[in-house]
Ligand binder design. Sequence first.
Ligand SMILES: NC(=O)c1ccc[n+]([C@@H]2O[C@H](COP(=O)([O-])OP(=O)(O)OC[C@H]3O[C@@H](n4cnc5c(N)ncnc54)[C@H](O)[C@@H]3O)[C@@H](O)[C@H]2O)c1
Length: 250
Amino acid sequence: MDRFTDKVAVVTGAAQGIGAATALRLAVEGATVAVLDRNTPDDTLALIERAGGTARGYVCDVTDRSSVQAVFDKAASELGDPQILVNNAGITRDDLFFRLTEDDWNAVLAVNLTGAYHCAQVAQKFMVAQRYGKIVSLSSRSALGNRGQANYAAAKAGIQGLTATLAIELGRYNINVNAVAPGYIATAMTAATATRVGMSAEDHQKSVAEHTPLGRVGQPEEVAAVIAFLASDEASYVSGQTLYVNGGAR
Ligand SMILES: NC(=O)c1ccc[n+]([C@@H]2O[C@H](COP(=O)([O-])OP(=O)(O)OC[C@H]3O[C@@H](n4cnc5c(N)ncnc54)[C@H](O)[C@@H]3O)[C@@H](O)[C@H]2O)c1
């Protein structure tokens, strides 16, 4: 498939995990990809190069508005104005609510929700000018509530509200705005959760798989495929939606 020929895509938090798989998928389908992360995204760039795609890396903390603006301007001048934004950068700082610190509350809201606000607000300017755009943001199944994740659940529910509202405001400019809400995907993020609860990543995945209708956990590529669909013209009349990608779990 060549769904993203002549498109420029910005993927945040793309040095690893779901972001890396998404950057690769978009690049393989023809997009020129700006690979953003707070860490140097060399592994992702190497993957894309090996697959014959085009990408450039940008180090950027999405919580820092001026850095987001500077990096989007730089990427636009080097790669072209972006048509696609994937708000994927995210962190967890899990704890039970009674001892959840204000630092952990603020850090999770800042990256997962305020970061998406910064990137979407900077990106929409380029998209409105082109009368074309696709914004896909990472929510989570945890938005429905998850023990030990009051901060993360609030941020990911916030992504759903942000998505619904941006779809209403930006629709007239031919900009589609959607979210994906993954369940348990095997990445460094879920491996860290396993460590926190005193389990190996493998055992943790096994126990989650037992409660998942499809009988296994998800892989980053399976989320990337859904993000790519929502970022493509195949989803041209889909906007304001949150699509759960969670193996059938309720
Ligand atoms: N893995 C899962 O099970 C799962 C489930 C639901 C939702 N999600 C969401 O999907 C997204 C990707 O998750 P993942 O599992 O691939 O995580 P991950 O920890 O493997 O990768 C997250 C990436 O975001 C980057 N990042 C973190 N803070 C940043 C910042 N301030 N600025 C720029 N980059 C930053 C990290 O450096 C890292 O490369 C996140 O938004 C996460 O909340 C993940």
